[in-house]
Each structure stands twice: as structure tokens, then as C-alpha cells.
Design a protein around this ligand. Structure first.
Ligand SMILES: Cc1cc2nc3c(=O)[nH]c(=O)nc-3n(C[C@H](O)[C@H](O)[C@H](O)COP(=O)(O)O)c2cc1C
Length: 415
């Protein structure tokens, strides 16, 4: 199997490369992103996505990002819970593994207890398991917020403060920068991001990232990029990264232009489209090159993804193929592939079967254009956030909530 980057021939699309000024871009759009001691030349971050951004998928994204000859950016691993890490759960330790040439190595930790988060960060930083640690305060999943975790947590400002402080203190002796990723707040009446941003900055985090939605919005509607601009006004001494609804390189440029963000964080837009990172790298370096793969290139990428998955699961073909299945619909979005073939690909259980099923597709198909672009992945409608009873009554944490929170970590699943 060849290198995936060699199959993704870039095309030049001058009209899409301008910065909204009518002039083709000629220079890099932003300076390098400085995350503590780490310089990320291309200010683009792969958003941590539980169940998606494992080592296999990151490899594809990084290869695509590097294919244009630029630094590929920063690629964050799936979230790991602090407790599981401290207990040295095998699957959690697997999450914090990186490719041989993966640099910087970026991990994300989710936790609700300062001491446990500190201990988890000490494991990552002290045992040289990663070069960067991001803290997740954005999870909107009801079973997490119901116990006060995820995006409900910054509402309890002292707890938020203690967790961030514990992480920074644990990482600092090892020269590992800590960043914070959060949502706007619980709902429009209970916004936390400006305060949380200020607190995090004052505690020595190296950057803050904002998914510009509230927990109540879940993944619905459109992200409110004006909040990113607002946060940028508030947090002055470290980079502010914007996140939410970047589906193309042009979206990323527009976000930067409209918000003043120091970099972009891209999640769902790259599901089934790792080559988006080629476009992003090109765009941020002012070139108009964009990758527009035909179905043969997509099939080659799927196959390589399968190989990488199996490698990630230590040669367990069944496990690798099962994890690959969820990516199929994303990869095939917009391409003419019949329902039966799609179904069969989504049930694939061996690499040989994968090859056979991919070869049976009409591989001469070119890029379908708009049909392969735009929103993909998780969506849905707004949800009334589930919170512990009385959670919003006070910004302080009492003993009852503390007990609930401990349970919150047991049921987390990303987001
Ligand atoms: C399947 C999935 C899993 C996610 N898991 C995490 C996670 O583990 N940690 C986190 O901070 N955010 C997680 N998120 C949120 C994304 O990092 C990102 O903030 C969100 O998708 C908005 O960005 P986007 O519009 O570019 O997708 C997840 C999102 C999705 C769709």
C-alpha cells in the first residue's frame, strides 16, 4: 500500500483561495501558533474527538497536512479520563500513544477532581507520554452534565480553577504546556467562557480554545463566532483558538478574519476527509491549492486507514475493522455508491474483504464537488441541559455535588 499523500493530487482553485478581498492570497495568513514552548507553524488544530482521533486517523490527517510541504499543525488525541489514566487502564493508555514521527504529541484529559487530574497530567508529562496536554471542559452529553461534569463544570468557578491549577502545576516541571478547551457555557443565560478564559490565562495555560456553542445548543444551529472574537478581546496574553463549523479551508480563513483568532480547531469537517488538512495548510500559507480526490483516492485512503487501525489495535484485524466502519459513510459522502455497497462496507470485518469491496466500486468517479462538502457528523437539535438539581443556584460547589461529580467521570464519552 502506497503512501496516502501520493494519491491525493492537489488541484489549484484560484477562486477559493482569496481572503475575501478579491485578491489571490500571496502570503501566510497568520504567524505560527505558540503553545508554550511549542511552535506550530501552521495554526491549525485537529479537534480531539472521542472514538475518531486515534493514532490511525491522526496519521492520515497529519500526512495530508504535510503533503503541501508545510508544517502540518497540531493533532490532538482522543480524550482520556484522568481516573482511567491514573488506574492505568490499558485502553486509556493506548489512547495516549503516538506515531513514531508524531510531533508534537498532544493528549487531552477530562476530569472532575483536581487531585486526579493532577496525577493524570503527572503521568503524561512526567513519563514523557506527550508534549502537550489539553483539558476538556466542553462535553455536553447529558449523562455527564447531569452530574455536573463537562461543559457544566466551569459554572463552579473554584472547582474549575482548582482543576486547571492542578494540571498546570503537574505539567510545568516537565516543560509541558497545558491548554483549555471549552464551550460558551451552559446556556445563553449561564455563560462561563469569558470568566473561564480569564481564570485559565491567569493560571498559566498556554492557550484557550472555544467551541462557540453552549451545552444547550449541543451540535445544533451554527456556532457563534462572535463569542470567539469576544474571548479574543478578553484573553490577551496567550493564543485564543476558534472552534465550530469549519467545513472548508475557506471557512477557516473566514473565522480568522472575522474573529481575530490565533488559530483554528477543526473537528467534524475532517471526518472522512483527512485531506482537509492539506487544504488548511495550503490556505494558511496563502496558496490556493486544494485536494479534490476522486473515488479511487478515497478508496486508497480508506484502505490505508484500515491498515493503520489494525496496527493501532496491535494487529487485531477484527477490532481495527470494527472501528473503521463508522468512518465509511463520512468517506463516501457525495460519491455515487449504491446502498448495498455502502452497507457492505459498513459491515466489513477483514482487510481482504475491505479490498474486495472497495475494488467493486466505480473507482473512476471524480470528485463530486459540493455534495462531498459542507456539514457532516454529529448534529441534532438543542437540548435542555441536564444538570444536578440546584446546580445553577450557586457558583460554589457543596459536598453533595462533589459526590455526584465523582460519578460524572465514570460516564464520560467525549463531546
Ligand atoms: C464524535 C465526536 C467526539 C468528540 N469528542 C470530544 C472530546 O473527546 N473532547 C473534546 O474536547 N471535544 C470533543 N468533541 C468536540 C469537538 O472537539 C469539537 O469541539 C466540536 O465537534 C465542534 O467543532 P466542529 O464544528 O469543527 O466539529 C467531539 C465531537 C464529536 C463530533
Amino acid at each position: 500500500m502506497g503512501d496516502v499523500t501520493s494519491t491525493l493530487d492537489p488541484v489549484s482553485t484560484p477562486a477559493s483561495g482569496d481572503l475575501g478581498t478579491g485578491e489571490p492570497a500571496a502570503e501566510r495568513v497568520l504567524p505560527p501558533l505558540q503553545i508554550g514552548p511549542i511552535t506550530v507553524d501552521t495554526p491549525v488544530v485537529l479537534a480531539p474527538m472521542a472514538g475518531v482521533t486515534n493514532r490511525a486517523f491522526r496519521t492520515l490527517c497529519r500526512e495530508a497536512g504535510a503533503s503541501q510541504g508545510y508544517d502540518p499543525g497540531l493533532y490532538v488525541a482522543e480524550m482520556v479520563t484522568s481516573r482511567a489514566l491514573v488506574e492505568r487502564n490499558v485502553e486509556s493508555l493506548r489512547i495516549v500513544t503516538f506515531g513514531d514521527d508524531e510531533t508534537p504529541r498532544s493528549a487531552q484529559v477530562y476530569g472532575v477532581d483536581p487531585a486526579t487530574v493532577g496525577a493524570a497530567v503527572r503521568i503524561i508529562a512526567g513519563e514523557d507520554r506527550a508534549d502537550h496536554v489539553d483539558l476538556n471542559f466542553g462535553c455536553p452529553v447529558p449523562k455527564v452534565t447531569r452530574k455536573g461534569g463537562g461543559s457544566a463544570l466551569p459554572w463552579k468557578r473554584q472547582l474549575f480553577t482548582d482543576i486547571v491549577r492542578a494540571a498546570v502545576e503537574a505539567a510545568e516541571p516537565h516543560g509541558v504546556p497545558v491548554t483549555v478547551k471549552m464551550r460558551k457555557g451552559i446556556d445563553d443565560d449561564h455563560l462561563t467562557y469569558l470568566e473561564a478564559g480569564r481564570i485559565a490565562e491567569s493560571l498559566g495555560v498556554a492557550a484557550v480554545a472555544l467551541h462557540a456553542r453552549t451545552a444547550a445548543e449541543y451540535y445544533s444551529g451554527t456556532a457563534d463566532w462572535t463569542a470567539i472574537a469576544r474571548l479574543k478581546e478578553e484573553v490577551r496574553s496567550v493564543p485564543v483558538l476558534g472552534n465550530g463549523d469549519i467545513w472548508s479551508a475557506e471557512d477557516a480563513l473566514r473565522m480568522v478574519r472575522e474573529t481575530g483568532a490565533d488559530g483554528v480547531v477543526v473537528g467534524r469537517g475532517c471526518q472522512g476527509r483527512p485531506w482537509l488538512f492539506a487544504d488548511l495548510a495550503a490556505a494558511f500559507h496563502g496558496t490556493t491549492t486544494r485536494v479534490r480526490p476522486g473515488l479511487r483516492e478515497v478508496a486508497d485512503t480508506i484502505y490505508r486507514h484500515g491498515e493503520l487501525m489494525i496496527d493501532y489495535f496491535d494487529g487485531d484485524e477484527g477490532k481495527g475493522m470494527r472501528d473503521l466502519r463508522k468512518h465509511m459513510a463520512w468517506y463516501l459522502k457525495g460519491y455515487v455508491v449504491g446502498g448495498e455497497a455502502r452497507h457492505a462496507l459498513a459491515m466489513v470485518s477483514t482487510l481482504a474483504e475491505l479490498r474486495e469491496r472497495l475494488d467493486a466500486l466505480d473507482l473512476e468517479q471524480g470528485y463530486p464537488g459540493e455534495d462531498a462538502e459542507g456539514p457532516r457528523g454529529r448534529a441534532g437539535s438543542p437540548k435542555q441541559p441536564h444538570l444536578p438539581y440546584g446546580w445553577l443556584d450557586s457558583r460554589e460547589l457543596d459536598a453533595e455535588f462533589e459526590a455526584k461529580l465523582r460519578e460524572a467521570e465514570l460516564s464520560v464519552s467525549g463531546g
